[in-house]
Ligand binder design. Structure first.
Ligand code: ME8
Length: 514
């Protein structure tokens, strides 16, 4: 399989620290990127920071910084967090980069030249936290934002509008014709429900006099681009699909130039599905660019019943968990615990339960197998044609692949863990310690040990996307220079491999008391 894959996370607001919610989206995308690379696909993985708009400007002012000083600091914080979480992104985009600003400018000019933009008076409410407009009927009690419940501001000003409404029918047609364009189905139905009402046009500008921290409109520099339009375009900027330096008809609109576009998958939380599944595709249609192939809107990490968010001051710092349990345990917990698409509650107890699974099932299997090979065969991996666990291993591989391709990552990890459970039962059934006591049963013992080593090698390949560091260590103790690819894992030669008894992969630890 050599098709190219282009995967994206949202670009996170450079106004707050990364937390478990951001980490989840980014780890999920990282696991998929690593999975695709493992299957031989050329893969590009994009993440970054969203740096324009009043929210950033106000946060900078609050801290006594200029907007760009705040953005530099926060982009650094996100990059550090992603380094610590072993995120293998290929490109970290910042919307204040000159090349992105040039692409946004080209988009705006294109929309304008093609007659998709008009000027009008805007009267409505705005939530600065969500950077979203609301109409009166949307508002919560006491003129509050229906999403985050903060007070909204009434705004009356002249804006430029994008004729989003003219694309409504085409968008509905696209969603209906492509049932897996928005995943999961419950979110697709929400978007279709939303599109049953007439779609309004989208205000895409702010007057400089009110918001100065943004990209000026090329056809009226008294106005800056609405931050969501600026932000969504990042996916195209990083793909190389638009060359703003070229002549208008050769920039890539309408006549594609060689690039990573369209994205295979935009990953995000369900909070920002409308912007990705309505605003973004209609802008792309207007600019004659292909739509992303899939959109995955996952659920929220909750604390108790409430969404974890910076403003509610209930965020869990992923870096603190890394300090006690290591990065791979955090990655494992987040992807294993949350069914793709549903909400999940973070609790220290669940974190420990998932950690115990690693320690008791996988860690235990690895330590049993490597220590038996060390003890009974002096570390030399026996070469046996024995096919113990072959059926279970083959089945696990198939189920894992299907679940990963179907974006049900928690099930894919579950399939791998089930295989580890089978392997532990196989140890009990075969009783290698009894086989070792009887010299006549040496071939049986060889078969047991070889089958287990083969199964562990496959487990290392299955779990490498989620736990790259630990699976590298496991592969090392099994005498391999690196984790084999999924295709190779089952047939990786056994003979001559030197197995070592490593330290426990997932040692027992206690969470520091709160
Ligand atoms: O919305 N549970 O940025 P943002 C799960 N800049 N995921 C969560 C989460 C939670 N409790 N909290 C945040 C923006 N997330 C815009 C995006 S894209 C062109 C512009 C994750 O910093 C989730 O992916 O508010 C959510 O969609 C994203 O962070 C919002 O990040």
């Amino acid at each position: 399989m050599s098709r190219r894959r282009y995967l994206t996370t949202p670009i996170y607001y450079a106004s707050g620290e990364p937390h478990i919610g951001h980490a989840y989206t980014t780890i999920l995308t990282d696991v998929l990127a690593r999975f695709h690379r493992q299957t031989g696909a050329e893969t590009r993985f994009l993440t970054g920071t969203d740096e324009h708009g009043p929210k950033i400007a106000e946060e900078a002012a609050r801290r006594g910084l200029t907007p760009i000083e705040l953005c530099d600091r926060m982009a650094g914080r996100f990059r550090e967090a992603w380094d610590e979480l072993d995120i293998s992104f290929d490109r970290f985009i910042r919307t204040t980069e000159a090349d992105h600003i040039a692409v946004v400018t080209a988009f705006l000019q294109r929309l304008h030249d093609k007659g998709h933009i008009y000027k009008d008076r805007y009267l409505g409410w705005y939530c600065i936290h969500e950077e979203r407009y609301w109409t009166e009927k949307d508002l919560g009690p006491g003129e509050t934002c229906p999403d985050c419940r903060r007070p909204v501001r009434q705004i009356e000003e002249v804006n430029y509008f994008f004729r989003m409404s003219t694309f409504q029918e085409r968008l509905v047609g696209h969603i209906e014709a492509n049932p897996d364009w928005i995943i999961p189905a419950v979110r697709r139905n929400e978007v279709l429900g939303f599109l049953q009402q007439p779609l309004e046009d989208l205000s895409i500008s702010r007057p400089q006099s009110r918001v100065s921290w943004g990209v000026p409109l090329p056809f009226d520099p008294e106005h800056v681009c609405y931050v969501w339009v600026d932000a969504l375009i990042n996916y195209v900027t990083a793909s190389g699909a638009i060359d703003p330096e070229a002549a208008p008809d050769e920039q890539g609109f309408g006549a594609p130039i060689e690039s990573w576009w369209p994205a295979d998958l935009h990953v995000m939380g369900k909070d920002i599905l409308t912007t990705h599944a309505v605003y973004w595709p209609t802008i792309l249609m207007a600019c004659e660019l292909e739509l992303p192939r899939h959109i995955l809107a996952h659920g929220w990490w909750l604390v108790g019943e409430t969404k974890m968010s910076k403003s509610l001051q209930n965020v869990v710092d992923p870096l603190a968990l890394i300090a006690t349990h290591g990065v791979d345990a955090v990655r494992w917990y987040l992807v294993r615990e949350m069914p793709t698409g549903s909400d999940a509650s973070y609790t220290p107890e669940r974190f420990l339960t998932r950690y115990d699974e690693l320690s008791n099932v996988l860690g235990n299997l690895a330590s049993r197998v490597t220590s038996m090979i060390a003890r009974y065969r002096d570390g030399a991996l026996p070469d046996s044609a024995g096919q113990g666990l072959a059926t279970e291993t083959g089945e696990a591989l198939g189920r894992y692949r299907d679940f990963m391709n179907g974006l049900r990552l928690h099930r894919a990890l579950g399939a791998a863990m089930d295989l580890a459970r089978h392997a532990n039962r196989y140890v009990e059934e075969r009783e290698p310690w009894a086989q070792a006591r009887d010299p006549e049963r040496a071939p049986d013992l060889d078969e047991t040990l070889a089958s287990l080593a083969r199964c562990l090698t496959v487990l290392a390949a299955l779990l490498e996307p989620v736990m790259p560091a630990k699976m590298g260590v496991l592969a090392g103790t099994l005498g391999l220079a690196r984790v084999p690819t999924l295709d190779r894992a089952l047939d990786a030669p056994l003979a001559g491999r030197a197995v070592t008894r490593g330290k426990p992969l997932f040692p027992r630890v206690r969470l520091p008391s709160a």
